[in-house]
Write a protein that binds this ligand. Sequence first.
Ligand code: F6R
Length: 614
Amino acid sequence: MCGIIGYAGARQAAPIILEGLAALEYRGYDSAGIAVLDADGIPAVHKKSGKLVNLAAALQGSLPEGVTGVGHTRWATHGAPTDFNAHPHTDCDNQIIVVHNGIVENYVQIKEDLISQGHEFTSQTDAECIPHMIESYIEQEYSFEEAVRASAREIKGANAVVAISTRDPGKLVAFRLGNAGGLVVGYGQDELFLASDLPALLPHTQEVAYLAGGEMVTLDNHSANYFTLDGMSVTKTPMHVAYDALSAAKGEYKHFMLKEIHEQPEAIINSLRGRVSFNDLKVVLDEFQISDADIARIDRVVFLGMGTSFNAAMVARNWMESLARLPSEFDNSSEFRYRDPVIDENTLVVSLSQSGETADTLAAMEKAQENGALQLTLCNYPGTQTTRIADHTMLLRAGLEIGVASSKTFTNSLISLYLLAIDIGTRRGVLEESRRRDMFAELARLPDLLGQALADESQYEVLAQKFGRRSDFLYLGRGINFPLAMEGALKLKELSYIHAEGYPAAEMKHGPISLIDDEMPVVALMPRDDLYEKMLSNVNEVKARGGTVIAVATEGNEDIKKRVDEVIYVPEVSSLINPVLMAVPMQLLAYHIALWRGCDIDQPRNLAKSVTVE
Ligand code: F6R
């Protein structure tokens, strides 16, 4: 949730840290801070509540000097977003400086013990106990590194921590506990970096190594040494990541999210590349190479995710049932982890997490692992936590997604799940060649169709002007488009702060219909498919009660114009693949309404790109 960056090298640390924080601000943005050690090891610590611009303004262009430092952008868990609660935190003598991501579950006890030893606290955070713990070990003659290790062993919960010390200038010591809260080491020329996520490192290096839970690293300007928390040395070879700094730039677009929405046709091409064999009408998933015997023993599929990933999981159930004829279900990871689910070695658990860090999804996967399930995970970044638990990983290949609200990772999740269902259906012998031929022909056209759906943005500007002031929206869909109604409502809520609900259209009569009036627009997802007439009935019910309907309908359906107030058209495709195209109006309507309302689109309030706490 929070963003961490650390630097040890020969260049001035402060500009690198501030630039890194800007790249990580999507992870949390209620306060930010920086600490730099000068040539004599004297620390300069600056922190400010609010977004990074507040910190930059407080520094007024006079950056602290020094070649070692840490920075932090915060998403509050304990203590309000104030200057005092912002990171970095220090010990009583300002000698130990710490940035932290996660929750120290036993901090109340630790803090009480430290206060009874005479330590003085200045914040309400759980993080502040960490520099004081390190200080107390140093008072017992531990070295800096040993003191950090001893502290790490006492802390409970999923946490990532980076510490620097005035006694050891030039050195960073970091550790990671549990699955949540990533830490990546970046290897430069005579300089090393530490960050919670790749975007902060990519302007400097593409050679990286991930810290696993229960590991620690000490680094300076020329080397990184890895250990377990027992002090055993760990060997790591840096890996090359393919994303470059350019792909993270906004380019011609006003927001990263808009850029990412428009990148969807290309992202889809990337997700199909090498996985679809148009000649022999087969899907080839190198990442999911399991034997025919393993395919045959799968008797159930469970899809897991949170937020947008959960909405993709809901769509996937339809595909797995229809194309592979396998009993399938979906669940929020956060609910699944606390149930007593019936899972065994014949269950295929497919987890979705673009970040690969979502705490609830990690816990749900651990539960599935305990029950012996076969696990496939879908994730946008290699080496993340979900990929360590799963037996197989399918990368989303969406490229960096900086906007906090998911867009291209959603559509690439859908495509990956569609391919998975085709693969399993083919291997189970239940998906005939003639059907596959049509599906493959459609897949080949999909990037172009998506481009067409993206072509006319002016209609969304008009709709934003008309409806931007409304305070509630209802999204209705049926069948495979119901999850898209949920996704549309989620996008609108998170981007524009307008209250919105997604409902299966028939469910409207069982309650929400009492809300219908001329103030609450109803977005009806009604492509031409088997359920179109049913959707039309629901739309008539809304109109009969004086409601306003914005229909999302299939190109060429002129009749619908007479029946509703507004129409957004999407190109015609088969009903199974419709959700991929439906994603575009869901995203663009929310984007333009949020733009019209002046909202912070790339960083909506209270949200974070990786939700590494429960
Ligand atoms: C919505 C959004 C969130 C995430 C959710 C899960 O636009 O971005 O709802 O989908 O936090 O995140 P991942 O996919 O990283 O597990």
